[in-house]
Ligand binder design. Structure first.
Ligand code: ADP
Ligand code: MG
Length: 291
């Protein structure tokens, strides 16, 4: 906002580069980025699942958007979810993040946290980050300021007025910049970035909050082929440290990142397996061709 803040960003980056050159920060780039992998803390991962949905249903005006949906995501997993328009993919994310309350079913984060007992804000706070389809970065702020803002997002007005990022947060900001390929653009106004770069910046803003689970709704829509490829690299780098659930229609993108693919149709799981397996499944072919 102010020239002061801009200078501050540049100054911190310079300081970080100096430390980097002196070999005192993580020069391993991605390997070292975000330090700790997804693991048990307050979050109980003992049963090998970070997210668990069972028999979840929700109706809108009598229409079953989600119909006895069950889903199981392992810590560090990168799960792709595909399915025709209206299958309930976005609604599934609304339920996980507390935006929509299901009529029935169970939704657990780890094996002990019942997400249905928590508000949308609490769910975000406990480490579930969500990326909507459209980028929602602050166009009039720099890349640096957007990332910094992500740290204060949960603070009150008074607290954020006096907020200064500490050195650990400064280091993480620098790491995130590398990961999202925007280190060279740290002082650019977000409004001047390409569509793909804005998407990466928004993912960076989520990463600043150290989410354990990331939900990404059609992240490569509207990206160039090259941006799509770099996004695939980015997700592969995040996998393991974070769990990711990625909804995407771009099958070449899904092919480049996927292990297990879940196919949703009419609010439930129709098929699950490798991309090749689900693509060969008659029922899957049917729902894609039948519309
Ligand atoms: P997808 O993301 O797979 O394309 P959605 O989850 O957006 O599908 O939508 C599933 C179905 O639920 C659609 O028929 C949609 O119109 C309906 N739906 C989603 N949210 C609402 C809502 N808030 N009110 C009424 N209908 C909704
Ligand atoms: Mg959708």
């Amino acid at each position: 906002m102010t020239p002061d803040l801009l200078d501050d960003g540049a100054r911190r980056m310079a300081a970080w580069r100096e430390r980097e050159a002196a070999g005192r920060t993580l020069s391993g780039g991605r390997e070292a980025a975000f330090g700790r992998p997804v693991r048990a803390g307050d979050l109980d991962l003992a049963h090998g699942r970070i997210l668990y949905l069972e028999d979840v249903s929700v109706s809108f005006d009598g229409f079953k958007a989600i119909n006895r949906l069950s889903l199981d995501i392992a810590p560090g997993e990168l799960r792709c979810v595909i399915g025709p328009n209206g299958a309930g993919k976005t609604t599934m994310m609304d339920i996980i993040t507390g935006k929509t309350r299901p009529d029935a079913g169970t939704v657990f984060f780890g094996s002990t946290i019942d997400l249905l007992r928590h508000s949308e804000a609490e769910i975000a706070e406990m480490g579930i980050g969500r990326k909507f389809q459209k980028p929602t970065v602050f166009e009039g702020l720099t890349v640096y300021q957007n990332l910094e803002l992500a740290l204060k997002a949960d603070k009150g007005v008074r607290a954020s007025m006096f907020f200064r990022i500490d050195s650990r947060q400064g280091d993480r900001l620098a790491e995130v910049l590398q990961t999202i390929h925007l280190a060279e653009h740290v002082n650019r106004l977000a409004g001047t970035l390409s569509h793909g770069q804005k998407q990466w910046l928004e993912i960076g803003m989520l990463l600043m909050q150290e989410p354990k689970l990331l939900l990404l709704d059609e992240p490569v829509a509207g990206m160039t082929d090259e941006e799509t490829m770099r996004t695939a690299e980015l997700f592969l780098a995040l996998k393991g440290r974070h769990s990711l659930v990625v909804v995407e229609h771009d099958m070449s993108f899904v092919a480049s990142i996927s292990e297990t693919v879940t196919v949703l149709s009419e609010g439930a799981v129709l098929a699950q397996g490798t991309l090749a397996q689900v693509q060969a499944d008659e029922r899957v072919i049917e729902v894609y061709l039948g519309r």
